[in-house]
Write a protein that binds this ligand. Sequence first.
Ligand SMILES: [Cu+2]
Ligand SMILES: [Zn+2]
Length: 175
Amino acid sequence: MACRSLWLTASLAAALLAAPAVATPVLAADQASAVLKDAQGAELGKATLTATPGGVLISLDLTALPAGDHAFHIHAVGKCEPPDFKSAGGHFNPDSTKHGLMNPEGPHAGDMPNLHVPEDGKLKIEVLNPTVTLDAESLLDDDGSAIVIHSGSDDYTSDPAGNAGDRIACGVITK
Ligand SMILES: [Cu+2]
Ligand SMILES: [Zn+2]
């Protein structure tokens, strides 16, 4: 009896040891990222984008942004040319809607809630954008896309850009 239970224990241990080799492979998370830089090329933080069944989860890790309220969007072109970042185009808007989370004719797919940065310029948040994906039909289309932060806050209604002021940070979304 003692012998049999020892054998069972040994078998179980062997099975457990073998488990990782036969486990179903877990697909690596589908991710992209963007390094946010200011007009002088200084790094202000990073965004990590993860595909989820409900949209794209954007984890923002800002390290040196001016304190205060800032509009936060995905723009249509993956090109961040300083100093004004106009190269990033308008807001990502594949459905040709109007700007603004509170606009009855909106929003753009690239519209997202304002950021509220504390005095030390550091902010870590996660935002789910349910209207985009990390596919070639969406954020990773031919001309790419970019994450842009503005000097002022988005009023959530004014077309085409929420009266949010200058573009102070830009990061191309890359896989
Ligand atoms: Cu913007
Ligand atoms: Zn917009």
